[in-house]
Structures are given as structure tokens and as C-alpha cells.
Design a protein around this ligand. Structure first.
Ligand code: TEU
Length: 567
């Protein structure tokens, strides 16, 4: 039989460079900083580094607004340093995956500058330009071509007075959407991708790639979405998520860019709103689209409608969701596994318990659960040392465009500013973006200057230095989990079966391959659980890996996780 792809045994580490390590004292992390910290990555044992955008950018969305696809922003360093990083990672047996942000560019990208210059510009059609709604005066509220709500609040349409038309931006107004209907756009993107692969990078994490195909009528029109409660906008996702030509585009990209070199690359598509059924199509190797997708189901179970309306997570929802994804991609396709990234609050605060008593135990428990699923695990910088949400106290402490726009919009629509702030404290992406805590010194070893966003005060206790030599640390536990995936084929490839689907505290499952079975049991709560009653076979099984010192095998302590080998 064919060898399973290399990434079934791999663990990916995400670097958000702005917050990783500053090397020049300007308070912003950079490539020099990543180069300084390569030993940390090698020591952790990860196989791949996914680097969030370092391209030239006005930084309206921290680099997810790109003004030049073939360079490095001076804020982050130089192209030479990027080459150096590729070489340094390769020398240590690691790969580098770039962030590919091609649903939109910056409004300062020369393509857009040219596109907006006049209605007759040869690049006009590279973006989505539309006239005002019929019978309405351009620029007036409600005159937007469709009612779509932007991911970053407000309308998805920005009026351009000079040409009297609107352009589409699913995200910030400084992030105009590229028109993938235009074959020139697609070829320009593919050429850029080949250029990066020729430089030696090992693949792409494709930003909101399932939004590149819009559902456009033959006459060029776009349709209104269902109204959103409490807002003068509608939900446009039915018209821009998983659109009619998405598979065609991805297959074309694959032919034009990846064919022949696919085996050594990692191709992961970020796909908000994707279902397991769709993910099967996207990740079926026979269809040659992407290797795996980032799905969003499990990071929406604790939300009521949108991220600004959090609600408690129900354990059975989490089990049902993960279980459905494991089953849905069991025979065809592949899962990515993540709790955290630069868009999500910190996992230990959100899914664990970041109080002093259980922070270490819940961080290691969550990690065990995730890494023992079938799929490729992603570790987000700081997750490996149990970094937690930031104790935001005032609006001035936030930096993220999504959070700040939301605050303006919510308050304008009558929300209580204090309540908006409370939700932001819990849900803002800035929780993930505070600097990595390397040591206990004043700026946590991140910078000698003033950090662009505050360092979490808990870094005096929670930092990499304090954990490096401590075998009981969150860091050491991650090292063990990553090594286990490398060593044990059951972890990489075993079939998944969910146990106790209705239980409210204990998350349990098996992984089996060729008669070899691992039983994973995790207590996701603060009270001891009678493991001997729940899963008697667990009691006498050999402990392969646990997050607490061995004790009574019949009791699962608060936030205890065990990986057991069944006889
Ligand atoms: O994120 C896409 C995406 O779905 C998020 O914007 C999501 O809607 C939001 O973060 C939930 O809080 C990608 C990038 O990961 C993100 O950082 C970018 O801001 C966004 O695309 C636009 O490029």
C-alpha cells in the first residue's frame, strides 16, 4: 500500500511574527527574532512552522492586508532574512509554510491602486466594482450594492467617490476583494505562488480560501442575504462561502502551482463555515485541491450567533462536533486540529481553567485531547507554555481592527459600552496577540523597547524559561505529545472511536491500528471522576503518557488526562 503522507505524522507550529520576538527594539516582533528563537522550535520538536504574513503591508489587519506579495515588510526584516529562515529551518529538519492571503489585497496594492484609478482601467475588473443600488443616491446608507455585513462590522461595500462606484471588501475597507472570476487575477496569484515555492518555502496556509468564489449571476449582479438581527445588514455568507467555482479554482491552482511537487508540500485551507461533507471534497487526495482545512465548528459552539455573544460550551456539543469531523474524514480526507490561533482567545482561558489551581493541569489536558485525535495538530505560539487571556481593563489596550470596529458599531446601535468591553475582554483576538512570554524580565524577553501591545503581567510566573527544564511543565508535556505522534503510528493513523458521548465531564475515545489500541481519557472538569465505573478497562491498562503523577488508577482527577494502551 501507498505510504501515508508525511503530514499525518507532523505537528505544525504557528508563528505570529509581530508578537513572537523582537530583535531590533522597535517593539514589534520580526524575522530576526524568529531566527533567534529557532532552538525553541527545534527543542519542542515541531515539523513545520506556519508564518503569519510578513509581506509589505499598511498593517490595517496586522499584515493580512498585503500591498506587495513578493517581499518582506521592513517592519519584519528583509527577504534575505526570510531566505535565511527557510535555510535555518531546513537545516533542522523543519519546513516553512507561508500565509497566502489572496481573497483580498491591501487597498494600497498597486493592482488596486490601478483598479480604482478609473472605470476604464485595465485592472478595473480585478476587483468587485458595482454601481449603487438602483434608484438610490450613491454614498447614502442603504445604497450599497448588497446588504452584506462585513466580518469586521459595517457594510462590505466602500463607496469610491472619484468613480462613483463601490468596491467589495468582506473584511476591512482596506482589504478589497480580488475578483477570481477574472483569469488574469488567478494567473497573477499562481505566478506569485510559484515564485515562493522556487524560493524554497514548503507550502501555504490559505487565508479564507473558501471565500474566493462569489455567487454572481450571469448579468453580474450579487444578491442580498437574510437580515441580521439588530443590524441594518444581511448575512452574505451564502453568496461568498464555498461559492459555485471554488473547487474549480482550487483544482486549477493545484495544476498550475503544485503538480509534481505536491508530495513535500503542506497545503491547508482556512475555511470558515465549512461542513464535514464539503471538507471531504476539499481534502480528497484524488481531487487534488488541499491537504486539510481549518474548520470553525468547535470554536463556534460557545457562541450564540456571532463571536460577540458567547455562551457556555456544552461538553456533548464538543464531542458531537469533533466526533462528526473524525467520522466524516475517516476514510477520505484529513483533519487539522487546533484550539488556538491568532484569531481565537487563548484555549486555557476558553476551554480550560486558567485559575492558578488548574491552569497547568487544564492546559496539558486540553493539549493531550487535541494531539491524540486523528489529524494534524497545530500549536499556536504561547499555547505550549499555557499562555492565557489578557486582563484587559480599558478600550485603549486593544489593537485589533475587528474588536475596535465592533465596539464602534455596537455602541452606535445602542449597546452598553461597559458590556461590550466585557465581551471583548473574553473574545477579542488580541488575547492571542500579546507577546510570547520568554522569561520573567519586564517585557518578558520579547523586546528591549516598548511592545506594540502590552505583555501579559502573568509572565513573571508563566514563561518559557521557567518551564524549559521542568518535566512537569506545559512545555515539557507538549514535547512529549509531539514525540508520541512521531513515534507511535496509532497516534498518527489509528481509527478514531468516541466513547461516553453523553458524559458531561469525561472526554474519552480510542485510536486503533492493526490490533493495537490506545484509550484516551480526559477529565474536562474540576471534580474527580470514577474512571473505574465509567471505563473499567482503563484501570489496569498501561499508561503511555499522562499529565499528572500516577495515583489511583480508578479515579480521574480534575483535568487529568491519560493515554493508555489496551492489552
Ligand atoms: O481569518 C478569517 C476569519 O474567518 C476571521 O476573520 C474570523 O472571521 C474572525 O477572526 C473571527 O474572530 C483570516 C485571518 O486568520 C485573520 O487574521 C484575518 O483578519 C482575516 O482572515 C482577513 O484576512
Amino acid at each position: 500500500p501507498e505510504q501515508p503522507p508525511w503530514w499525518t505524522r507532523a505537528v505544525v507550529y504557528q508563528v505570529y511574527p509581530r508578537s513572537f520576538q523582537d530583535s531590533d527594539g522597535d517593539g514589534v516582533g520580526d524575522l530576526g527574532g524568529v531566527l533567534q528563537r529557532i532552538d525553541h522550535l527545534a527543542d519542542l520538536g515541531v515539523d513545520v512552522v506556519w508564518l503569519s504574513p510578513v509581506y509589505p503591508s499598511p498593517q490595517a489587519d496586522n499584515g493580512y492586508d498585503i500591498s506587495d506579495y513578493r517581499g518582506v515588510d521592513p517592519l519584519f526584516g528583509t527577504l534575505e532574512q526570510l531566505d535565511e529562515l527557510v535555510a535555518a529551518l531546513h537545516a533542522r529538519g523543519m519546513k516553512l509554510v507561508m500565509d497566502l492571503v489572496v481573497n483580498h489585497t491591501s487597498d494600497e496594492h498597486p493592482w488596486f491602486v490601478e483598479s480604482r484609478s478609473s472605470r476604464d482601467s485595465p485592472r478595473r475588473d480585478w476587483y468587485w466594482w458595482r454601481p449603487p443600488r438602483e434608484g438610490m443616491a450613491a454614498g447614502q446608507p442603504g445604497a450599497e450594492p448588497t446588504n452584506w455585513h462585513s466580518h469586521f462590522s459595517g457594510s462590505t461595500w466602500q463607496y469610491d467617490e472619484a468613480s462613483g462606484e463601490y468596491y467589495l471588501h468582506l473584511f476591512a475597507w482596506k482589504q478589497p476583494d480580488l475578483n477570481w472570476e477574472n483569469p488574469e487575477v488567478r494567473q497573477a496569484v499562481y505566478a506569485m505562488m510559484r515564485w515562493w515555492l522556487d524560493r524554497g518555502v514548503d507550502g501555504f496556509r490559505m487565508d479564507v480560501i473558501n471565500m474566493i468564489s462569489k455567487d454572481v449571476a450571469p448579468d453580474g449582479s450579487l444578491q442580498d442575504g437574510p437580515p441580521l438581527p439588530g443590524l441594518p445588514y444581511g448575512d452574505g455568507t451564502p453568496y461568498f462561502s464555498n461559492g459555485p467555482r471554488i473547487h474549480e479554482y482550487l483544482q486549477e491552482m493545484h495544476r498550475e502551482v503544485f503538480e509534481e511537487r505536491r508530495d513535500n508540500l503542506l497545503l491547508v485551507g482556512e475555511m470558515p463555515g465549512v461542513t464535514p461533507e464539503q471538507a471531504r471534497l476539499y481534502t480528497d487526495p484524488a481531487r487534488a485541491e488541499v491537504d486539510m482545512v481549518f474548520q470553525f465548528e468547535h470554536v463556534q459552539l460557545d457562541l450564540d450567533g456571532d463571536k460577540w455573544h458567547p455562551r457556555p460550551l456544552r461538553m456533548r456539543d464538543l464531542k458531537a462536533s469533533f466526533g462528526r469531523w473524525q467520522a466524516g474524514l475517516a476514510d477520505v480526507g484529513w483533519n487539522s486540529l487546533y484550539w488556538d490561533n491568532h484569531d481565537q482567545p487563548r484555549a486555557v482561558s476558553r476551554f480550560g481553567d486558567d485559575s492558578p489551581r488548574y491552569r497547568r493541569d487544564s492546559a496539558t489536558c486540553l493539549a493531550t485531547l487535541l494531539h491524540l485525535h486523528r489529524g494534524t495538530p497545530y500549536v499556536y505560539q504561547g499555547e505550549e507554555i499555557g499562555m492565557a487571556n489578557f486582563p484587559f481593563a480599558a478600550l485603549e489596550q486593544f489593537r485589533d481592527v475587528e474588536s475596535l470596529n465592533h465596539h464602534v458599531q455596537a455602541v452606535a446601535h445602542g449597546a452598553d459600552p461597559g458590556e461590550v468591553l466585557t465581551v471583548m475582554r473574553r473574545m477579542s483576538r488580541d488575547n492571542a496577540r500579546t507577546p510570547v512570554q520568554w522569561d520573567a524580565s519586564p517585557n518578558a524577553g520579547f523586546t528591549t523597547g516598548t511592545p506594540w501591545i502590552a505583555v501579559n503581567p502573568d509572565h513573571t510566573e508563566w514563561n518559557a524559561d521557567a518551564q524549559r527544564e521542568d518535566p512537569a511543565s506545559v512545555l515539557a508535556h507538549h514535547r512529549r505529545l509531539i514525540a508520541l505522534r512521531h513515534e507511535d503510528p496509532v497516534v498518527a493513523l489509528g481509527d478514531f472511536a468516541m466513547l461516553l458521548p453523553q458524559h458531561d465531564e469525561v472526554y474519552a475515545f480510542t485510536r486503533s491500528l492493526d490490533g493495537d489500541t490506545l484509550l484516551v481519557v480526559c477529565n474536562l472538569g474540576g471534580s474527580p471522576q470514577p474512571l473505574g465505573d465509567l471505563l473499567p478497562e482503563a484501570v489496569s491498562a498501561e499508561v503511555v503518557l499522562g499529565n499528572l503523577p500516577e495515583d489511583d488508577p480508578a479515579v480521574l482527577r480534575p483535568w487529568e488526562a491519560r493515554v493508555l494502551r489496551l492489552p
